[in-house]
Ligand binder design. Sequence first.
Ligand code: UGA
Length: 448
Amino acid sequence: MALKITVIGTGYLGATHAAAMAELGFEVLGLDVVPEKIEMLSAGRVPMYEPGLEDLLRKHVAGIEGSSGRLRFTTSWEEIGAFGDVHFVCVNTPQKHGEYACDMSYVESAFDSLAPQLGRAALVVGKSTVPVGSAERLARRLTELAPAGGEVELAWNPEFLREGFAVQDTLHPDRIVVGTGSERAEKVLREVYATPVGEGSPFIVTDFPTAELVKTAANSFLATKISFINAMAEVCEAAGGDVVKLAEAIGYDERIGRKFLRAGIGFGGGCLPKDIRAFMARAGELGADQALTFLREVDSINMRRRGHMVELAREAVGGDSSFLGKRVAVLGATFKPDSDDVRDSPALNVAGQIHLQGGQVTVYDPKGMDNARRLFPTLGYAGSALEAVRGADVVLHLTEWREFRELDPEELGGAVTRRLILDGRNALDPAVWRGAGWTYRAMGRPRA
Ligand code: UGA
C-alpha cells in the first residue's frame, strides 16, 4: 500500500511540500490552523506569490477539474491522525520578539496537537528549522503523548528550498538530509524520496543534532558569503576598487565559486537573518558561543549596508543633513525578486528610513505592493516604475527584478527631475544608464 502523507503548516514550505508530494504520486492531506488558508488552498489558490506553485497545486487539489485529486486540506487534527503514515511538520519558527532566540511555540503546539491523534504506527518528520537539540526532546514528547507510544517515530529532514525556486528545489533537491536513529524511519523516507533519489539527489543519513545543524550551518555559510563580499565592497569604496570585478575574479576559483557573491544592500527575508541569530543564541546556551562570534560580525556588516544606502541617497540629493522636500523613488520592496515576501526586506527598510528622515518616498514593486503597504502604510506607492520615478530627485534600485533591468532609461529619464540612479543590487548595466545621460552609482564600485 502506498504511503499516505500529511503536511502540517501550509506556509511557503508546507504548501510547496504538500503539492510536491502529490506530484510524486502520494495521497496528501494538508493541515493549517488558519481556516482562511485552508479555504484558499482547497480552491486551488496559493496565499503568496511563488512561481509555478499555483499550477502544481491546481494539478492535484481534489475537486478541481482535471486534477489528480490526490491533495486535500483540513483543519482537523483527528482527520490528520487517522489519515497519515508519514506526518511532515512544516510550521514556521520565527525570531522571538526582543530576543535572538527562535520561537518554538508553533512547533511545540503542532507536536502537542498531533501526538494524541497517533493511535497506530507512524513516522513524524520535522522539516522546520529548529535549534539543535529540539528533535531529541520532541521525540521523547511524541512517545509520551502518542497512544501508539514507541510505534511512533521521529526523523528530522531539514528543507533547503529558496523562495522563488520553491517548486524546483522541492521536486529536485540538491540533497536530502535525514536525521534518525531508526532503520525503519530511514526506509520510509527512502520510499517517500525514491523519485528524486532515483534522479541522483544524494541521500544523507545522520543523527538528530547533525541534521538540525546542517540547516543552520548552510544558512550561516550563505550569510557569511554575502557579508564577505559586502565587506569587500566597503574596502573597494575606500580604495577605489570595483567589487563586481573582484567577485568575478575570485569566483573563477572553484573553491570559492561565483554564486552568492553579489554585493549590495545585503540579505533579508524570513530565513537568513533570524537563522544566524537563533544559531548564536543556541550556541550560547550550549557554552559554544565563542565559535559563532563571527556571525555577529556577519550580521552587523549586513545591517550596515542598509544605513550605507541611506547615506548614499542623502549625499545624492544634496549632501546636507536631511531629506526634507526631496523626492526619492524606490524600485523594489521585496527581500528578493520573484517573491512577494517583504519580511526583513532591506529595500523596504531603506525606504522606511528615508521616509522617517523627511524624504518623500514612492515605492513600486512588481509583486510585493500589498504586503509592503500592510507593513509600511505611510510610504507612498505607485502602480508602475515610471509612475514611481515621476519628479524624483534620485531613483534607488533596491530589488533586482527582471522588470527593472528591462526598463528604458531614456523613457524614465523623461519623468525624473534629475537622472540619478543608485543601484543597491549591482544588477543594472551601468553603460546603458550612463549612455542615456544618467549618473549611475553602485555600492562598492568606482564613480564614473
Ligand atoms: C534561504 C536559503 O538560500 C535556502 O537554501 C534556505 O532553504 C532558506 O533560506 C530557508 O532557510 O528557508 P531565501 O530566504 O529564499 O533562501 O533567500 P536567498 O536566495 O538565500 O536570499 C537571501 C537574501 O540574500 C536576499 O535578500 C538576497 O537578495 C540576498 N543575497 C543573495 C545577496 O544580497 N547577495 C547574493 O549574492 C545572494
